[in-house]
Write a new protein. Structure first.
Length: 189
């Protein structure tokens, strides 16, 4: 597992307009991959899943996983992800087993949560493909995301969260394009 990086200089603030811009960019990019559903990891990925799914005209499904037990800024990542298996199995039951899926979340800190969700999907559904997109990626993460908005080295405050009690808030810069995992060249056989 990788370690999240914090400079402790600020708390980044994702504004509602920048959230909407990032969500639309993710939807535009993912339209070419035609996911059958957008899975939002509760809590942080739910609003992103709703917006992206609406743009793509597919269902938004909430999957539950918990990595950081306490709520608050700069909590240590435990590396242990708790999945709500009963909820997740019920939520995914209506999807065809070979669906292509898009999993979204607010942030990829260490990648542990996305890794746990991808493993759960593979074990329970055997999807045709699983793509991942997040709003922010901590620079300490080496999880192979398909796309993300911002690289960060400090905590991020999202529009749906209560205001942090401490820390200097600084707006994330405007987002004009997503960052993407480099395509791997195909070998010639």
């Amino acid at each position: 597992m990788t370690t999240r990086v914090f400079e402790n200089r600020r708390v980044w603030q994702l504004t509602q307009p920048e959230f909407a811009a990032a969500a639309y960019l993710i939807a535009d990019l993912e339209a070419e991959h035609a996911p059958a559903a957008v899975l939002g990891i509760a809590r942080g990925g739910v609003r992103l899943a709703e917006v992206v799914a609406e743009q793509l005209g597919v269902p938004a499904i909430v999957v539950r996983a918990r990595h950081n037990a306490p709520v608050g800024i700069q909590q240590e990542a435990t590396g242990r992800v708790l999945l709500d298996n009963r909820h997740n199995e019920d939520a995914l039951a209506a999807l065809p087993a070979t669906s292509s899926l898009l999993v979204v979340d607010d942030i990829c800190g260490s990648g542990a949560t996305l890794h746990a969700i991808a493993n759960m999907l593979t074990a329970t559904m055997g999807p045709a493909g699983v793509r991942t997109a997040v709003l922010c990626r901590n620079e300490g993460s080496n999880y192979p995301l398909d796309s993300w908005g911002w690289d960060v080295v400090d905590w991020v405050h999202f529009p749906w969260e209560p205001a942090p009690e401490s820390g200097r808030l600084e707006a994330l810069p405007p987002l004009t394009r997503l960052q993407r995992r480099p395509k791997t060249p195909r070998s010639r056989a």
